[in-house]
Design a protein around this ligand. Structure first.
Ligand code: MV4
Length: 445
Protein backbone atom coordinates (compact mmCIF):
# COMPACT_ATOMS: atom_id res chain seq x y z
CA UNK A 1 0.00 0.00 0.00
CA UNK A 2 1.05 3.61 -0.58
CA UNK A 3 2.80 5.31 2.33
CA UNK A 4 2.19 8.89 1.26
CA UNK A 5 -0.21 10.43 -1.26
CA UNK A 6 0.12 13.93 -2.67
CA UNK A 7 -3.21 15.54 -3.52
CA UNK A 8 -2.86 17.67 -6.65
CA UNK A 9 -6.01 19.67 -6.05
CA UNK A 10 -7.74 22.14 -3.73
CA UNK A 11 -11.08 22.77 -2.09
CA UNK A 12 -13.53 20.15 -0.93
CA UNK A 13 -12.11 17.33 -3.05
CA UNK A 14 -8.62 17.76 -1.57
CA UNK A 15 -10.18 17.49 1.87
CA UNK A 16 -12.27 14.52 0.77
CA UNK A 17 -9.15 12.61 -0.32
CA UNK A 18 -7.23 13.56 2.84
CA UNK A 19 -10.07 12.14 4.98
CA UNK A 20 -9.96 8.71 3.36
CA UNK A 21 -6.14 8.61 3.44
CA UNK A 22 -6.30 9.30 7.19
CA UNK A 23 -8.71 6.42 7.67
CA UNK A 24 -6.40 4.14 5.68
CA UNK A 25 -3.28 5.18 7.60
CA UNK A 26 -1.74 6.85 4.55
CA UNK A 27 0.19 10.11 5.02
CA UNK A 28 -0.88 13.10 2.91
CA UNK A 29 0.78 16.03 1.18
CA UNK A 30 -1.28 19.07 0.22
CA UNK A 31 -0.16 21.43 -2.50
CA UNK A 32 -1.53 24.96 -2.55
CA UNK A 33 -1.34 28.27 -4.35
CA UNK A 34 -0.66 31.62 -2.68
CA UNK A 35 -4.43 32.25 -2.71
CA UNK A 36 -5.11 29.07 -0.72
CA UNK A 37 -2.73 29.53 2.23
CA UNK A 38 -5.71 29.67 4.61
CA UNK A 39 -7.53 26.74 3.04
CA UNK A 40 -8.50 23.73 5.16
CA UNK A 41 -6.81 21.16 2.90
CA UNK A 42 -3.50 22.82 3.79
CA UNK A 43 -4.21 22.54 7.50
CA UNK A 44 -5.57 18.99 7.49
CA UNK A 45 -2.80 17.38 5.42
CA UNK A 46 0.29 15.99 7.15
CA UNK A 47 2.51 18.20 5.00
CA UNK A 48 1.88 21.11 2.66
CA UNK A 49 3.90 22.59 -0.18
CA UNK A 50 3.25 25.94 -1.87
CA UNK A 51 3.42 25.40 -5.62
CA UNK A 52 2.93 28.92 -6.98
CA UNK A 53 0.80 32.06 -7.25
CA UNK A 54 -3.01 32.24 -7.47
CA UNK A 55 -3.57 31.60 -11.21
CA UNK A 56 -4.18 27.86 -11.83
CA UNK A 57 -1.84 27.92 -14.80
CA UNK A 58 1.00 28.77 -12.43
CA UNK A 59 0.02 26.45 -9.57
CA UNK A 60 -2.56 23.63 -9.76
CA UNK A 61 -1.83 23.14 -13.47
CA UNK A 62 1.95 23.52 -13.15
CA UNK A 63 3.08 19.92 -13.67
CA UNK A 64 6.77 20.44 -12.94
CA UNK A 65 6.03 22.12 -9.61
CA UNK A 66 3.69 19.34 -8.53
CA UNK A 67 6.14 16.59 -9.49
CA UNK A 68 8.88 18.47 -7.62
CA UNK A 69 6.63 18.70 -4.54
CA UNK A 70 6.02 14.93 -4.71
CA UNK A 71 9.73 14.20 -5.01
CA UNK A 72 10.74 16.53 -2.18
CA UNK A 73 8.18 14.98 0.17
CA UNK A 74 8.75 11.39 -1.00
CA UNK A 75 5.12 10.84 -2.00
CA UNK A 76 4.63 7.50 -3.78
CA UNK A 77 1.31 8.39 -5.40
CA UNK A 78 -0.63 11.45 -6.64
CA UNK A 79 -4.40 11.82 -6.41
CA UNK A 80 -5.52 14.44 -8.94
CA UNK A 81 -9.15 14.89 -7.77
CA UNK A 82 -11.40 16.31 -10.51
CA UNK A 83 -10.68 19.16 -12.95
CA UNK A 84 -7.12 20.54 -13.12
CA UNK A 85 -4.77 17.68 -14.15
CA UNK A 86 -7.14 14.78 -13.49
CA UNK A 87 -7.66 14.03 -17.20
CA UNK A 88 -4.33 15.25 -18.51
CA UNK A 89 -2.57 12.47 -20.42
CA UNK A 90 0.78 14.23 -20.28
CA UNK A 91 0.63 14.54 -16.49
CA UNK A 92 -0.39 10.92 -16.06
CA UNK A 93 2.65 9.88 -18.14
CA UNK A 94 4.91 12.32 -16.29
CA UNK A 95 3.96 10.70 -12.97
CA UNK A 96 4.70 7.26 -14.40
CA UNK A 97 8.11 8.44 -15.68
CA UNK A 98 8.93 9.65 -12.17
CA UNK A 99 7.81 6.39 -10.57
CA UNK A 100 4.88 8.06 -8.86
CA UNK A 101 1.56 6.20 -9.13
CA UNK A 102 -1.07 8.42 -10.75
CA UNK A 103 -4.39 7.53 -9.09
CA UNK A 104 -6.36 7.80 -12.28
CA UNK A 105 -6.25 6.67 -15.88
CA UNK A 106 -3.11 6.00 -17.90
CA UNK A 107 -2.05 8.55 -20.52
CA UNK A 108 -3.22 6.26 -23.32
CA UNK A 109 -6.62 5.74 -21.72
CA UNK A 110 -7.11 9.50 -21.26
CA UNK A 111 -6.12 10.13 -24.89
CA UNK A 112 -8.46 7.40 -26.09
CA UNK A 113 -11.50 8.76 -24.22
CA UNK A 114 -10.60 12.46 -24.61
CA UNK A 115 -11.06 12.28 -28.38
CA UNK A 116 -14.85 11.91 -28.58
CA UNK A 117 -15.08 10.55 -32.14
CA UNK A 118 -12.44 7.98 -31.24
CA UNK A 119 -14.14 7.13 -27.93
CA UNK A 120 -17.36 6.54 -29.84
CA UNK A 121 -15.73 4.20 -32.40
CA UNK A 122 -14.21 2.26 -29.50
CA UNK A 123 -17.63 1.94 -27.85
CA UNK A 124 -19.25 0.77 -31.09
CA UNK A 125 -16.52 -1.90 -31.29
CA UNK A 126 -17.28 -2.85 -27.67
CA UNK A 127 -20.96 -3.30 -28.53
CA UNK A 128 -22.17 -0.35 -26.45
CA UNK A 129 -25.21 1.46 -27.92
CA UNK A 130 -24.29 4.77 -29.58
CA UNK A 131 -26.38 7.44 -31.32
CA UNK A 132 -26.63 6.72 -35.08
CA UNK A 133 -24.58 9.08 -37.23
CA UNK A 134 -21.17 9.41 -38.87
CA UNK A 135 -18.56 6.71 -38.51
CA UNK A 136 -15.85 8.83 -36.97
CA UNK A 137 -14.66 12.23 -38.20
CA UNK A 138 -16.38 13.87 -41.20
CA UNK A 139 -14.02 14.57 -44.13
CA UNK A 140 -15.58 17.73 -45.60
CA UNK A 141 -18.81 19.67 -45.92
CA UNK A 142 -20.06 17.68 -48.93
CA UNK A 143 -19.78 14.47 -46.87
CA UNK A 144 -21.48 16.26 -44.00
CA UNK A 145 -24.44 17.19 -46.22
CA UNK A 146 -24.82 13.62 -47.49
CA UNK A 147 -24.56 12.23 -43.95
CA UNK A 148 -27.19 14.63 -42.61
CA UNK A 149 -29.68 13.37 -45.21
CA UNK A 150 -28.79 9.73 -44.49
CA UNK A 151 -29.06 10.27 -40.72
CA UNK A 152 -32.22 12.33 -41.08
CA UNK A 153 -32.79 15.80 -39.64
CA UNK A 154 -32.57 17.00 -36.92
CA UNK A 155 -28.88 16.20 -36.44
CA UNK A 156 -26.20 17.21 -33.95
CA UNK A 157 -22.74 18.30 -35.06
CA UNK A 158 -20.14 17.61 -32.40
CA UNK A 159 -16.49 18.54 -32.01
CA UNK A 160 -14.26 15.52 -31.60
CA UNK A 161 -12.11 17.43 -29.11
CA UNK A 162 -15.26 18.79 -27.46
CA UNK A 163 -16.88 18.43 -24.11
CA UNK A 164 -19.09 20.72 -22.11
CA UNK A 165 -21.08 21.57 -25.22
CA UNK A 166 -18.32 23.55 -26.96
CA UNK A 167 -18.32 23.14 -30.74
CA UNK A 168 -21.76 21.48 -30.66
CA UNK A 169 -24.65 22.50 -32.94
CA UNK A 170 -28.17 21.17 -33.35
CA UNK A 171 -29.31 21.46 -36.98
CA UNK A 172 -32.98 21.12 -37.90
CA UNK A 173 -32.94 21.71 -41.67
CA UNK A 174 -30.47 21.49 -44.55
CA UNK A 175 -30.46 25.29 -45.11
CA UNK A 176 -28.85 25.74 -41.69
CA UNK A 177 -26.17 23.07 -42.04
CA UNK A 178 -23.42 25.18 -43.66
CA UNK A 179 -23.58 27.94 -41.08
CA UNK A 180 -23.57 25.39 -38.22
CA UNK A 181 -20.66 23.45 -39.77
CA UNK A 182 -18.56 26.60 -40.16
CA UNK A 183 -19.30 28.09 -36.75
CA UNK A 184 -18.89 24.81 -34.84
CA UNK A 185 -15.54 24.18 -36.49
CA UNK A 186 -14.41 27.72 -35.78
CA UNK A 187 -15.44 27.44 -32.13
CA UNK A 188 -13.72 24.09 -31.74
CA UNK A 189 -10.53 25.32 -33.40
CA UNK A 190 -10.40 28.32 -31.05
CA UNK A 191 -11.15 26.30 -27.92
CA UNK A 192 -9.16 23.11 -28.57
CA UNK A 193 -6.87 23.83 -31.52
CA UNK A 194 -8.66 21.05 -33.43
CA UNK A 195 -11.72 21.25 -35.68
CA UNK A 196 -12.53 17.58 -36.31
CA UNK A 197 -16.31 17.10 -36.35
CA UNK A 198 -18.64 14.13 -36.20
CA UNK A 199 -22.40 13.84 -36.52
CA UNK A 200 -25.24 12.23 -34.61
CA UNK A 201 -29.00 12.09 -34.85
CA UNK A 202 -30.34 14.73 -32.45
CA UNK A 203 -31.90 13.19 -29.35
CA UNK A 204 -34.65 15.58 -28.33
CA UNK A 205 -35.09 16.42 -24.65
CA UNK A 206 -32.73 13.71 -23.44
CA UNK A 207 -31.91 12.83 -19.85
CA UNK A 208 -28.29 12.75 -18.74
CA UNK A 209 -27.89 9.54 -16.78
CA UNK A 210 -24.42 8.27 -15.94
CA UNK A 211 -23.16 4.97 -14.56
CA UNK A 212 -20.38 4.84 -11.97
CA UNK A 213 -17.89 2.06 -12.63
CA UNK A 214 -14.72 0.77 -11.00
CA UNK A 215 -12.19 -1.33 -12.89
CA UNK A 216 -9.21 -3.15 -11.41
CA UNK A 217 -5.75 -3.97 -12.73
CA UNK A 218 -6.90 -7.50 -13.62
CA UNK A 219 -9.30 -6.28 -16.31
CA UNK A 220 -12.42 -6.81 -14.18
CA UNK A 221 -15.01 -4.04 -13.78
CA UNK A 222 -18.22 -3.53 -11.81
CA UNK A 223 -20.88 -0.82 -11.78
CA UNK A 224 -22.40 1.09 -8.89
CA UNK A 225 -25.65 2.09 -10.61
CA UNK A 226 -26.64 5.49 -11.94
CA UNK A 227 -26.79 9.18 -11.19
CA UNK A 228 -29.31 11.45 -12.89
CA UNK A 229 -27.57 14.71 -13.80
CA UNK A 230 -30.21 16.20 -16.06
CA UNK A 231 -30.59 19.40 -14.03
CA UNK A 232 -27.86 21.43 -15.70
CA UNK A 233 -27.42 25.03 -16.73
CA UNK A 234 -25.02 25.83 -19.57
CA UNK A 235 -23.48 22.37 -19.10
CA UNK A 236 -22.88 23.00 -15.40
CA UNK A 237 -24.59 20.46 -13.17
CA UNK A 238 -26.61 22.02 -10.37
CA UNK A 239 -28.07 18.99 -8.62
CA UNK A 240 -27.84 15.23 -9.07
CA UNK A 241 -29.71 12.29 -7.60
CA UNK A 242 -29.65 8.52 -7.40
CA UNK A 243 -31.60 6.47 -8.20
CA UNK A 244 -32.88 8.36 -11.22
CA UNK A 245 -36.64 8.93 -11.01
CA UNK A 246 -36.77 7.77 -14.66
CA UNK A 247 -34.99 4.48 -13.96
CA UNK A 248 -36.48 1.00 -14.08
CA UNK A 249 -34.79 -2.18 -12.83
CA UNK A 250 -34.54 -3.41 -16.40
CA UNK A 251 -32.99 -0.17 -17.71
CA UNK A 252 -30.50 -0.11 -14.82
CA UNK A 253 -29.42 -3.65 -15.57
CA UNK A 254 -28.98 -2.90 -19.26
CA UNK A 255 -27.14 0.40 -18.74
CA UNK A 256 -25.01 -1.10 -15.97
CA UNK A 257 -24.07 -4.04 -18.17
CA UNK A 258 -23.22 -1.70 -21.07
CA UNK A 259 -20.99 0.41 -18.79
CA UNK A 260 -19.19 -2.67 -17.47
CA UNK A 261 -18.77 -3.95 -21.03
CA UNK A 262 -17.31 -0.57 -22.05
CA UNK A 263 -14.87 -0.57 -19.12
CA UNK A 264 -13.72 -4.14 -19.54
CA UNK A 265 -13.31 -3.68 -23.31
CA UNK A 266 -10.74 -0.91 -22.75
CA UNK A 267 -9.32 -2.62 -19.61
CA UNK A 268 -10.20 0.47 -17.61
CA UNK A 269 -8.47 0.76 -14.25
CA UNK A 270 -9.79 2.98 -11.48
CA UNK A 271 -13.04 4.84 -10.86
CA UNK A 272 -14.76 6.12 -13.98
CA UNK A 273 -18.11 7.26 -15.25
CA UNK A 274 -19.87 6.26 -18.43
CA UNK A 275 -22.29 9.02 -19.45
CA UNK A 276 -25.41 8.20 -21.42
CA UNK A 277 -28.17 10.12 -23.13
CA UNK A 278 -31.53 8.51 -22.43
CA UNK A 279 -34.50 9.35 -24.67
CA UNK A 280 -38.17 9.38 -23.72
CA UNK A 281 -38.59 5.75 -24.85
CA UNK A 282 -35.76 4.71 -22.49
CA UNK A 283 -33.33 4.04 -25.32
CA UNK A 284 -29.86 4.87 -24.06
CA UNK A 285 -26.77 5.94 -25.96
CA UNK A 286 -23.12 6.30 -24.96
CA UNK A 287 -22.15 9.97 -24.71
CA UNK A 288 -18.73 10.25 -23.03
CA UNK A 289 -16.55 8.48 -20.53
CA UNK A 290 -14.95 10.41 -17.68
CA UNK A 291 -11.69 8.97 -16.43
CA UNK A 292 -11.74 10.61 -12.99
CA UNK A 293 -13.63 10.81 -9.72
CA UNK A 294 -16.56 13.18 -10.21
CA UNK A 295 -17.96 16.02 -8.13
CA UNK A 296 -21.22 14.10 -7.60
CA UNK A 297 -19.62 10.82 -6.44
CA UNK A 298 -20.93 11.15 -2.83
CA UNK A 299 -24.55 10.36 -3.73
CA UNK A 300 -23.40 6.99 -5.07
CA UNK A 301 -21.33 6.41 -1.93
CA UNK A 302 -24.39 7.11 0.22
CA UNK A 303 -26.79 4.75 -1.56
CA UNK A 304 -24.41 1.81 -2.05
CA UNK A 305 -22.47 2.33 1.21
CA UNK A 306 -19.06 2.34 -0.43
CA UNK A 307 -16.09 4.76 -0.21
CA UNK A 308 -15.12 5.51 -3.82
CA UNK A 309 -11.86 7.27 -2.93
CA UNK A 310 -10.78 4.25 -0.88
CA UNK A 311 -11.61 2.00 -3.82
CA UNK A 312 -9.59 4.24 -6.18
CA UNK A 313 -6.59 3.94 -3.87
CA UNK A 314 -7.00 0.18 -3.50
CA UNK A 315 -7.22 -0.58 -7.22
CA UNK A 316 -4.29 1.79 -7.89
CA UNK A 317 -2.30 -0.29 -5.39
CA UNK A 318 -3.19 -3.47 -7.30
CA UNK A 319 -5.98 -4.83 -5.10
CA UNK A 320 -8.70 -6.70 -7.08
CA UNK A 321 -12.36 -5.62 -6.86
CA UNK A 322 -14.99 -8.01 -5.52
CA UNK A 323 -16.59 -8.22 -8.97
CA UNK A 324 -20.20 -7.73 -7.93
CA UNK A 325 -22.35 -4.80 -8.96
CA UNK A 326 -23.93 -2.40 -6.46
CA UNK A 327 -27.55 -1.28 -6.40
CA UNK A 328 -29.10 1.68 -4.57
CA UNK A 329 -30.43 0.84 -1.11
CA UNK A 330 -31.42 4.44 -0.35
CA UNK A 331 -32.20 7.68 -2.18
CA UNK A 332 -29.63 10.47 -2.26
CA UNK A 333 -29.64 14.03 -3.64
CA UNK A 334 -26.76 16.47 -4.00
CA UNK A 335 -27.15 20.23 -4.25
CA UNK A 336 -24.07 22.11 -5.38
CA UNK A 337 -23.80 25.27 -3.32
CA UNK A 338 -21.98 27.80 -5.49
CA UNK A 339 -20.85 31.33 -4.73
CA UNK A 340 -23.16 32.65 -7.45
CA UNK A 341 -26.20 34.89 -7.52
CA UNK A 342 -29.14 32.85 -8.86
CA UNK A 343 -31.23 36.02 -9.15
CA UNK A 344 -28.60 37.53 -11.43
CA UNK A 345 -28.04 34.90 -14.08
CA UNK A 346 -25.89 32.84 -11.68
CA UNK A 347 -23.18 35.48 -11.81
CA UNK A 348 -20.08 34.47 -9.78
CA UNK A 349 -20.06 36.11 -6.35
CA UNK A 350 -16.69 35.62 -4.68
CA UNK A 351 -15.90 37.41 -1.41
CA UNK A 352 -15.64 36.83 2.29
CA UNK A 353 -17.97 34.47 4.13
CA UNK A 354 -18.90 36.29 7.33
CA UNK A 355 -21.30 33.72 8.81
CA UNK A 356 -21.27 30.00 8.10
CA UNK A 357 -23.66 27.62 9.79
CA UNK A 358 -23.88 24.20 8.16
CA UNK A 359 -26.95 22.02 8.62
CA UNK A 360 -26.59 18.65 10.31
CA UNK A 361 -28.59 15.76 11.61
CA UNK A 362 -29.57 12.37 10.30
CA UNK A 363 -28.98 11.76 6.61
CA UNK A 364 -27.22 15.06 5.98
CA UNK A 365 -23.68 15.16 4.57
CA UNK A 366 -21.72 18.29 3.74
CA UNK A 367 -18.49 18.21 1.78
CA UNK A 368 -16.87 21.61 2.00
CA UNK A 369 -13.60 23.39 2.59
CA UNK A 370 -15.07 26.71 3.74
CA UNK A 371 -15.77 28.20 7.17
CA UNK A 372 -16.77 31.53 8.75
CA UNK A 373 -14.12 34.10 7.86
CA UNK A 374 -13.09 32.25 4.68
CA UNK A 375 -12.27 34.44 1.69
CA UNK A 376 -13.38 32.83 -1.59
CA UNK A 377 -10.67 33.55 -4.14
CA UNK A 378 -11.93 34.65 -7.57
CA UNK A 379 -9.41 32.41 -9.35
CA UNK A 380 -11.14 29.04 -9.19
CA UNK A 381 -14.57 27.51 -9.72
CA UNK A 382 -17.43 28.82 -7.63
CA UNK A 383 -18.52 25.63 -5.84
CA UNK A 384 -18.09 26.12 -2.09
CA UNK A 385 -20.03 23.17 -0.68
CA UNK A 386 -21.95 20.06 -1.59
CA UNK A 387 -25.05 19.38 0.45
CA UNK A 388 -26.11 15.74 0.27
CA UNK A 389 -29.22 14.26 1.85
CA UNK A 390 -29.99 10.57 1.99
CA UNK A 391 -33.17 8.80 3.05
CA UNK A 392 -35.24 5.69 2.37
CA UNK A 393 -37.35 7.32 -0.33
CA UNK A 394 -37.06 10.19 -2.81
CA UNK A 395 -39.81 12.11 -1.06
CA UNK A 396 -38.00 11.88 2.28
CA UNK A 397 -34.68 12.89 0.68
CA UNK A 398 -36.39 15.97 -0.82
CA UNK A 399 -37.99 16.87 2.52
CA UNK A 400 -34.65 16.45 4.23
CA UNK A 401 -33.02 18.64 1.58
CA UNK A 402 -35.60 21.38 2.12
CA UNK A 403 -34.99 21.24 5.87
CA UNK A 404 -31.20 21.29 5.41
CA UNK A 405 -31.34 24.19 2.93
CA UNK A 406 -33.51 26.15 5.39
CA UNK A 407 -30.98 25.44 8.14
CA UNK A 408 -27.97 26.49 6.04
CA UNK A 409 -26.76 30.00 6.85
CA UNK A 410 -24.11 31.57 4.65
CA UNK A 411 -23.66 35.33 4.94
CA UNK A 412 -21.33 37.77 3.21
CA UNK A 413 -21.78 36.33 -0.27
CA UNK A 414 -24.59 35.27 -2.59
CA UNK A 415 -25.10 31.52 -3.01
CA UNK A 416 -27.26 29.11 -4.98
CA UNK A 417 -29.12 28.01 -1.82
CA UNK A 418 -32.29 29.99 -2.82
CA UNK A 419 -32.27 28.29 -6.21
CA UNK A 420 -32.11 24.81 -4.71
CA UNK A 421 -34.83 25.64 -2.20
CA UNK A 422 -37.12 26.72 -5.04
CA UNK A 423 -36.20 23.68 -7.11
CA UNK A 424 -37.18 21.33 -4.27
CA UNK A 425 -40.72 22.79 -4.46
CA UNK A 426 -40.97 22.76 -8.27
CA UNK A 427 -43.87 20.47 -9.28
CA UNK A 428 -41.96 18.94 -12.22
CA UNK A 429 -38.87 18.31 -10.12
CA UNK A 430 -40.94 16.84 -7.31
CA UNK A 431 -42.68 14.59 -9.86
CA UNK A 432 -39.27 13.50 -11.20
CA UNK A 433 -40.40 14.86 -14.52
CA UNK A 434 -37.30 16.66 -15.83
CA UNK A 435 -34.85 16.45 -18.73
CA UNK A 436 -31.74 18.42 -19.77
CA UNK A 437 -34.18 21.08 -21.06
CA UNK A 438 -35.53 21.74 -17.56
CA UNK A 439 -33.32 24.73 -16.71
CA UNK A 440 -34.14 26.51 -19.98
CA UNK A 441 -37.66 27.10 -18.68
CA UNK A 442 -36.78 27.66 -15.03
CA UNK A 443 -37.31 31.10 -13.55
CA UNK A 444 -36.26 32.34 -10.13
CA UNK A 445 -39.00 33.86 -8.04
C1 MV4 B 1 -26.40 15.34 -27.55
C2 MV4 B 1 -27.68 15.86 -27.32
C3 MV4 B 1 -28.70 15.44 -28.15
N1 MV4 B 1 -28.46 14.58 -29.15
N2 MV4 B 1 -26.22 14.46 -28.56
C4 MV4 B 1 -24.07 18.07 -24.38
C5 MV4 B 1 -22.66 17.98 -23.91
C6 MV4 B 1 -22.04 16.87 -24.63
N3 MV4 B 1 -21.32 16.07 -23.72
C7 MV4 B 1 -23.16 16.12 -25.27
N4 MV4 B 1 -24.34 16.91 -25.13
C8 MV4 B 1 -25.49 16.58 -25.79
N5 MV4 B 1 -25.35 15.68 -26.79
C9 MV4 B 1 -27.23 14.12 -29.34
N6 MV4 B 1 -27.02 13.25 -30.35
C10 MV4 B 1 -27.85 16.77 -26.26
C11 MV4 B 1 -26.75 17.14 -25.50
C12 MV4 B 1 -27.02 18.10 -24.45
C13 MV4 B 1 -26.87 17.76 -23.09
C14 MV4 B 1 -26.42 16.52 -22.69
C15 MV4 B 1 -26.28 16.21 -21.36
C16 MV4 B 1 -26.59 17.15 -20.40
C17 MV4 B 1 -27.02 18.39 -20.76
C18 MV4 B 1 -27.16 18.72 -22.10
C19 MV4 B 1 -27.61 19.99 -22.46
C20 MV4 B 1 -27.76 20.30 -23.78
C21 MV4 B 1 -27.45 19.37 -24.77
Amino acid sequence: MFKKILIANRGEIALRVIRTCREMGIKTVAVYSKADEESLHVRFADEAVCIGPAPSSESYLKMSNIIAAAEITNADAIHPGYGFLSENAKFSRLCEEHNIKFIGATGDMIDQMGDKANAKSTMIAAGVPCVPGSEGVIEDFETCQKLAVETGYPVMLKASAGGGGKGMRAVWKSEDLKEAWDSARQESKAAFGNDDMYMEKLIEEPRHIEIQIVGDSFGKACHLSERDCSVQRRHQKLTEETPSPFMTDDLRNRMGEAAVKASEFIKYEGAGTVEFLVDKHRNFYFMEMNTRIQVEHPITEEVVNYDLIREQILVAAGVPISGKNYFPQMHSIECRINAEDPHNNFRPAPGKITTFHAPGGHGVRIDTHVYAGYMIPPNYDSMIAKLITTAQTREEAINKMKRALDEFVIEGIKTTIPFHRQLMDHPDYVAGNYTTKFMEDFEMK
